[in-house]
Ligand binder design. Structure first.
Ligand code: BJW
Length: 243
């Protein structure tokens, strides 16, 4: 690994993760050649308009992914575990902001975590916004336990054209951070793709990219390390912790 710039021990750290960190746990990424968007069209499954037009199709897509994630005994990998270890051992705040809808970060032990694109193991009611955990298949016939109406339940994920979750808290953390690390994301989807520019504009944090290959915004990062997440993330974390 190239030289790692070590922040002060009291540095506040924000870590953005994307599909690449979960790839070696057995989940598909979105934009790699064999990724999800090579097999289905975004307009058919990942917009509010798609859900209005054909809710059964959207449910089938998310039921398939939820089932895969929950039944194949997929496990958090060394990269998820390294980030949990960093949070446990670092003296100042470590906030993980994930675009992923899987639960690997929390299962690895990360507690200070924002799921900015939601979680696929939850349902949200379009009528009353009630959110409940959801493990099985979801359908247009399911009834919301909050308002008692059928037909409004959808996966609690953020589709294109919808506002990602907890943006205010994320923006505050980016403005205050001393170190911003982006892991396993292609840098194609906003607002997450704009976080590195925001940190630079605010003039505070050191910026680092850890990815399989340079992302779309690679030139904006002050430091970068390329390779598989299960190799470079534990090595990077060990360097931060001085191990
Ligand atoms: C490895 C690895 C290994 C592989 N180790 N690395 C025009 C210009 C600018 C913006 C817009 C525009 N038109 C529309 C927009 C906005 C739009 C947008 O960004 N569109 C772009 C496509 C242009 N964004 C939105 O609509 C968002 N909302 C929004 O903007 O609200 C308004 C707003 C205004 C102001 C402030 C705030 C908000 C919502 C976006 C919702 C995205 N939803 C999805 C689906 C979630 C549910 C689900 O899972 O089904 O989120 S799409 C999908 O992409 C998913 C992901 O979270 C997201 C990002 O993907 P990610 O994680 O980067 O995955 P990949 O596959 O792209 O990349 C993987 C990377 O890992 C690659 O680099 C690999 O090399 C690497 N990798 N294996 C390490 N083993």
């Amino acid at each position: 690994m190239n030289r790692v710039t070590k922040p002060e021990p009291n540095a506040r750290i924000v870590i953005l993760t994307g599909a690449g960190i979960s790839q070696e746990s057995g989940l598909e990424t979105f934009r790699d050649p064999d990724g999800i968007w090579a097999k289905v069209r975004i307009e058919d499954v990942a917009t509010p308009e798609a859900f209005l037009r054909d809710p059964e199709r959207v449910h089938a897509f998310y039921n398939m992914r939820r089932k895969r994630a929950l039944t194949l005994n997929l496990e958090p990998n060394a990269a998820h575990k390294a980030l949990a270890n960093l949070e446990a051992r670092w003296d100042a705040e470590v906030l993980v902001v994930t675009q992923n809808v899987d639960s690997f970060h929390e299962r690895a032990g990360t507690t200070n975590l924002i799921h900015m694109h939601g979680r696929h193991a939850e349902a949200r009611c379009n009528y009353c916004s009630h959110v409940v955990p959801w493990v099985g298949d979801m359908s247009v016939h399911d009834v919301c336990e909050g308002c008692g109406r059928p037909g409004g339940l959808r996966p609690n994920v953020v589709w294109f054209g919808e506002m990602p979750l907890e943006m205010e808290r994320i923006q505050e953390a980016l403005a205050m951070c001393d170190l911003f690390v982006s892991i396993g994301t292609s840098g194609n989807v906003y607002p997450a793709a704009g976080f590195v520019a925001l940190v630079r504009k605010l003039g505070r944090g050191h910026t680092v990219e850890l990815n399989l290959e340079p992302s779309t915004g690679a030139s904006l990062f002050a430091e970068s390390h390329y390779g598989r997440a299960t190799e470079i993330v534990p090595r990077y974390v060990a360097a931060l912790l001085g191990a």
